[in-house]
Design a protein around this ligand. Structure first.
Ligand SMILES: [Zn+2]
Length: 321
């Protein structure tokens, strides 16, 4: 059997991007499993949610958005620190970039290594990588909740930390009036969750409980389709939770009996593949996901830093022929 190509390095086919209008002045751009982005209109300004991997990739999204609104971007909200979400920030010309305080800490601690790691894993997303001016830094951070008044009768946009999950610093953006939730990578709809920097137990319990408690009618996850309606929203949250619970169960059992990381990987792969194996980035994510959870069972609370070299080591160990 030939070795699988590293991560998403062989995924070079362009995806079809769809601009979806979720409510009056509320937009998402979905892309068949590539990272989703969004925007919310205030009375005389825009809030952008996520920035894409490069300014050139971000500009393609902004060009689509400009067919609907010409308002300037006052706030750019970044749900977490991952490079494919943040390094295109300069294209937005935002007055204020907002993240959770832990995201600032993660950018300072590992932003450069993460940039190199993600570029190696997902080169297609990095359109014209030389257009990236450097790391993206927030202007404003918060620890629990931050509300933006959208002006007029548009209500507010609530930025909320729901606990540790996909990373230590994920935030969601909630429109109470329109009942639309931008969940970042805390929820994926028909795309495999990446958990290489995650806190599996927190995420699969209290954090997803808090996400579910919004009772959103429309949810924009980090990747995949936009579920509409309460049942579809809850189903996407539970699919994500189930993925994490199966991982906890399988990796936990192998770890407890003194097995190996590779055994844990195969047990998890076998358990998840029937339901999730055909979803985007499943094969790409799983080695990194299992390695991180193995570390958690080893008692490593703060995720180890992924580097381009460590990525290849783990990949060759677990996905090698
Ligand atoms: Zn992420």
């Amino acid at each position: 059997m030939a070795a699988k190509p590293f991560a998403s390095s062989a995924d070079l086919a362009e995806k079809t991007e769809t601009l979806e209008i979720l409510a009056d002045g509320v937009y998402a751009l979905t892309a068949e499993g590539d990272p989703n982005v969004g925007a919310i209109e205030g009375e005389d300004f825009l809030v952008a949610f996520e920035a894409r991997a490069t300014p050139v990739a971000a500009r393609e999204w902004l060009d689509r958005l400009r067919e609907h609104t010409g308002k300037p971007v006052r706030y750019l909200v970044l749900s977490h620190y991952h490079a494919v979400r943040v390094l295109g920030a300069s294209a937005f010309d935002a007055d204020v970039i907002i993240t959770h305080e832990n995201t600032r800490k993660l950018i300072a601690e590992r932003g450069k290594q993460d940039w190199d790691s993600e570029y190696g894993r997902m080169p297609r997303l990095f359109k014209e990588p030389q257009s990236i001016p450097g790391l993206t830094w927030p202007d404003v951070t918060f620890s629990d909740r931050l509300a933006i008044d959208l002006g007029g009768d548009r209500g507010e946009l609530v930025l909320q930390y729901c606990g540790r999950g996909h990373t230590a610093g994920d935030i969601v953006a909630w429109l109470p009036r329109q009942r639309v939730l931008f969940a970042g990578d805390l929820v994926e709809a028909q795309a495999a969750p990446y958990t290489g920097d995650a806190f599996h137990t927190d995420w699969s319990t209290g954090t997803l409980d808090r996400v579910k408690a919004f009772e959103a009618e429309v949810l924009v996850g980090g990747r995949g389709v936009v579920p509409r309606g309460r049942d579809a929203v809850d189903a996407a949250i539970e699919q994500t939770r189930n993925f994490l619970k199966v991982m906890l169960d399988k990796v936990g059992a192998v770890h407890a009996r003194g097995g190996t990381l590779k055994e844990a990987f195969h047990a998890t792969h076998e358990a998840l593949a029937p339901q999730y194996g055909r979803w985007p980035i499943f094969e790409h994510c799983l080695p990194f996901d299992v390695q991180r959870l193995w570390d958690e069972f080893d008692g490593i609370d703060w995720p180890r830093i992924w580097t381009a070299d460590r990525d290849r080591e783990v990949w060759n160990q677990l996905q090698g022929a």
